[in-house]
Design a binder for this molecule. Structure first.
Ligand code: ATP
Length: 435
């Protein structure tokens, strides 16, 4: 019998519900149906009006509350499994499959890798790892990571980013890199650090020019800390039902905390919270979302280290920039001559390591005042392609200089807004990422 029919029958004989618990499974499919909403509301009103000891429980993998039912409902969320529980699931799986018991250290590593997944998701991944050679071994870890990446992706609220970039891929920004290294030490030795009286690192806001290495730092931070990188896409969190956006935000935070230790990267933070405190339905949702995030950030003591990146802080609510929210706020400006030299070196080494020795990096740096890191990467990419298409056997300084001439720098394209941004960052006295 379908849910609408069941509800109708129950409404005809509400007494049959006395001293009963009514459980409706996978109800989210029906919560767009006005008939179901109306019938549920009638039942809720009957309960309010004294139907004896009746409770209705709606089970659903997503939060979808129609406005009409909002005041009758309480949301309960299921906690994620913790590491000992995951270890138990793995051990039980191995026993049931008659596999040899795993080494304690590997079991520990495996349970850490599987954090943030449900029992059935863990069992599916383990079954897949067994299917190739009949055992779960260290060689399955990359498959397990890939599978977990997919499960997280499918949840639609967080994305797991593979770790490629390290601090060595970042030219300049020495002050920010040094700061991250200090936090990494705390993160990796958190027990000793806490005993010593050090606070659990909360996170960092990296604001500034486009294409100057903000995202690069978020990615490199995760590698440096030796933890997974999760990206929160604010656009995806916004839902159309009452409370859906906040519920998604809470779900994303809970997932990040379940997976922790991790780095939670929130890209384009200003876009997420532009309009906070404004008027109208959209602004209300943004403000509630912002409050949920801010409270979490303020009270957070989990090992989910937040790296928020933003281009334009002028659009950001001032509460977010106050001390205590993030451990530090860094400002990333256009690279200085010595930084440009290093960025050229990094990108030439990546593509033409054997040509690096004969390239005049000082000259390239001198000719690229006002270029961003992304501009410089573009120049190197274009000049390598040009050399190849002209059948040249190597990359030359002249070839790169030519590519520079053909490129418009970031400061040429966005002069006015860059000047404005620079002024604002200086006024706010954010820490300069470069020195
Ligand atoms: P946006 O705000 O537009 O997202 P961003 O500051 O996050 O920009 P990144 O994505 O970090 O910029 O940089 C874009 C690309 O430019 C990087 O993938 C990298 O190749 C290159 N790049 C930028 N800055 C640097 C740098 N300091 N060192 C080396 N490469 C850099």
């Amino acid at each position: 019998m379908t849910i609408p029919d069941t509800l109708q029958i129950l409404l005809k004989d509400p007494k049959s519900l006395e001293r009963k618990v009514l459980i409706l499974k996978d109800v989210h499919y029906f919560l767009e149906d006005p008939v179901v909403i109306a019938r549920l509301k009638c039942l809720a009103q009957l309960i309010d009006n004294g139907l004896d000891d009746c409770n209705i429980i709606l089970l659903s993998p997503i939060v979808r509350i129609p406005k009409e039912l909002e005041s009758y409902m309480t949301i309960l969320t299921m906690d994620y499994l913790d590491q000992p529980e995951i270890r138990k699931v793995i051990e039980t799986f191995c026993q049931e499959q008659e596999l040899p018991a795993l080494q304690p250290q590997f079991l520990n590593e495996l349970s850490l890798t599987l954090k943030g997944l449900s029992e059935s998701e863990i069992q599916n991944i383990l079954a897949l790892s067994v299917s190739d050679d009949g055992d779960i071994t260290r060689s399955d870890l990359s498959l397990i990571f890939e599978q977990k990446q997919q499960v997280i992706q499918k949840s639609g609220i967080l994305e797991m980013i593979p770790l490629k970039e390290s601090l060595a891929d970042i030219g300049g920004l020495e002050s920010l890199k040094k700061w991250l290294q200090r936090k990494a030490k705390i993160f990796k030795h958190i027990d000793q650090a806490e005993v010593f009286g050090v606070d659990v690192p909360k996170g960092v806001l990296i604001a500034g020019m486009p294409g100057c290495g903000k995202s690069l730092n978020a990615k490199a931070a995760a590698k440096l800390f030796g933890v997974p990188l999760l990206r929160m896409d604010m656009g995806r969190l916004m839902g159309k039902y009452v409370g859906e956006s906040e519920a998604n935000m809470r779900k994303a935070i809970a997932l990040a905390e379940a997976i922790s230790p991790c780095v939670l990267w929130i890209d384009e933070l200003e876009k997420a919270f532009a309009g906070v405190g404004g008027e109208g339905g959209g602004a209300d949702v943004t403000t509630r979302l912002f409050d949920t995030f801010l409270t979490w950030l303020q009270e957070k003591d989990s090992m989910a280290f937040v790296v928020a990146t933003a281009n334009d802080i002028a659009k950001m609510p001032p509460e977010l920039l106050r001390k205590g929210r993030f451990d530090e706020i860094f400002y990333v400006g256009l690279p200085k001559p010595i930084e440009r030299k290093k960025i050229f070196e990094i990108h030439i080494r990546k593509r033409r390591p054997s040509d690096l020795g004969q390239i005049d990096l000082d000259k390239l740096s001198a000719k690229t005042e006002g270029y961003s890191g992304a501009d410089i990467e573009g120049v190197v990419r274009d000049s390598v392609e040009e050399a190849f298409s002209k059948d040249q056997d190597k990359l030359t300084t002249e070839g790169i200089l030519q590519a520079i001439q053909n490129t418009h720098s970031l400061s040429e394209i966005m002069k006015e807004s860059l000047d404005k941004m620079n002024k604002l960052y200086q006024e706010r006295k954010f820490k300069n990422a470069s020195v």
